[in-house]
Design a protein around this ligand. Structure first.
Ligand SMILES: CC(=O)N[C@H]1[C@@H](OP(=O)(O)OP(=O)(O)OC[C@H]2O[C@@H](n3ccc(=O)[nH]c3=O)[C@H](O)[C@@H]2O)O[C@H](CO)[C@@H](O)[C@@H]1O
Ligand SMILES: C=C(OP(=O)(O)O)C(=O)O
Length: 430
């Protein structure tokens, strides 16, 4: 098992290139199999979840040709199997997108119940409600979701909760249904818009993505396209909070500043200077930062996927901050790990009260999930002494060359795989 070992205390300084959005790319890869013509996708992040999705679609017969680390050509013509057996696919959340894609194209799909980070109970009832409204029979048997329809028919669907996954999944299936689908109370995240744009570039007729109501007029076939995935707002935000927590000066490059508004607002509130450019944002963090309150909400609210990163930063701000997690009930596990480093927080229900401390001290901690793992690395970078982060396999699900990017900003961090390497690192930096 690999670990990160970090010697904290260096302010992060410099420029860092942000990759394509994992959560947009995963849905786009699934949607790419909905045509029998070749689709070229650029700006893919080279992370584990993407590789699992590529293997899964190749496993059912799609032609997958990796042009380079960030570009792939996919042709769904050869798909011969609508049953996703592939062992790893059930471990990723986005496996559920293959249901919408296969159901839309072939009117049938069998996919293992999805996994993903253990951040809450994560039901998929709204996905199934949407498929059923389109006329599919949906059952769960032996750990698999089995969906089938004679013919999908457009429908009027009101989602009971705002869900990114169900919005995208049902949108994919409806793209090839007969007639008009109207989806209300949908998610407005940038990746919902990106997937709609991608499907439209293949000939779909989807209007309203980015608002509360999406209207989809089904088409009979989709066609070839070339598409570049949007930048990852969560990767960008992670580096922005790393700059804040280490009192650094970091410019995140290749971003869409509009997608980062909630993050920028919170950085301003705690006392960072934030400068916006056309496709870059600079964060300068000087002196002691001050506390603030934050509540996670669907976009354009503050993203739940950035809650651990701001939580760690707030633990180094003067005063008391309250963090309210309104999307997933189990996203505070990083605070228990942070306590080993001197962090002070009290969790009550879906709120954490974080008392700012003047310093954190390095310790051995475990990444409980993807974003919590990244947040603990931020803590290690800001702390005095050496931090070891175990279970970085979670971080590798969603961050490309994380340690290399951090190193380019002056961080002292290594990816190691044994106690011997840990000792070697300690000797080198002592
Ligand atoms: C692979 C991927 O893109 N994952 C993202 C996706 O997860 P995911 O698609 O799982 O998250 P959703 O947006 O669907 O979930 C939002 C809320 O709706 C609830 N819900 C969801 C579906 C459903 O059928 N029933 C239901 O009650 C969930 O429990 C949660 O409280 O969006 C989350 C919210 O932005 C992000 O944290 C995840 O990083
Ligand atoms: C929680 C996340 O991913 P997943 O939904 O795939 O678990 C995430 O990207 O922060």
């Amino acid at each position: 098992m690999e670990q990160y070992i970090i010697k904290g205390g260096n302010p992060l300084v410099g420029e860092v290139e942000i990759g394509g959005a994992k959560n947009a790319a995963l849905a786009i890869l699934a949607a790419a199999i909905m045509t029998d013509e070749p689709v070229l996708i650029e700006n893919l992040p080279d992370v584990n979840d993407i590789n699992v999705m590529l293997d899964a679609i190749a496993g059912i017969g799609a032609d997958v040709y990796r042009i380079d680390r960030h570009t792939v050509r996919i042709n769904g013509k050869g798909i011969h199997d609508f049953d996703i057996e592939y062992d790893y696919i059930k471990k990723i959340r986005a496996s559920y997108y293959l249901l919408g894609a296969l159901l839309g194209k072939y009117n049938k799909a069998e996919v293992a119940l999805p996994g993903g980070c253990n951040i809450g109970s994560r039901p998929i009832d709204q996905h199934l409600k949407g498929f059923r409204a389109l006329g599919a029979d949906v059952d769960i048997e032996h750990g698999k979701i089995i969906a089938e329809a004679d013919c999908l028919k457009g429908s009027h669907i009101y989602f009971d909760v705002v869900t990114v996954g169900a919005t995208i999944n049902v949108m994919m299936a409806a793209a090839m249904a007969d007639g008009l689908t109207i989806m209300e109370n949908v998610a407005k995240e940038p990746h919902v818009v990106d997937v709609a744009n991608f499907l439209n570039s293949m000939g779909a007729n989807i209007r309203g993505a980015g608002t509360d109501v999406i209207k989809i007029r089904g088409v009979q076939r989709l066609h070839r396209t070339e598409y570049s995935v949007i930048p990852d707002q969560i990767e960008a935000g992670t580096f922005m909070f790393a700059a804040a927590a280490t009192r650094g000066d970091v410019t995140v490059m290749n971003v869409i500043p509009k997608h980062l508004e909630a993050t920028i607002a919170k950085l301003n509130e705690i006392g960072c200077e934030v400068e916006e450019f056309d496709d870059a944002v600079r964060v300068v963090s000087k002196g002691r930062l001050r506390s603030t309150h934050v509540k996670t909400l669907p976009y354009p609210g503050f993203p739940t996927d950035m809650q651990p990163q701001i939580g760690v930063t707030l633990s180094l701000c003067q005063g008391t901050s309250i963090v309210t997690e309104s999307i997933f009930e189990n996203r505070f596990k990083y605070l228990d790990e942070l306590a080993r480093m001197g962090g002070v927080a009290k969790i009550e229900g879906n709120s954490a009260t974080i008392e700012g401390v003047s310093k954190l001290s390095g310790a051995r901690v475990s990444a409980p999930d993807l974003r919590a793992g990244a947040a603990l690395c931020i803590a290690g970078l800001a702390a005095e002494g050496i931090t070891i982060v175990d279970d970085i396999v979670y971080i590798q699900r969603g961050y490309e060359r994380f340690e290399e990017k951090l190193k380019s900003l002056g961080a002292v961090i290594e990816r190691v795989a044994s106690e011997k390497e840990i000792q070697k690192f300690k000797f080198k930096v002592s």
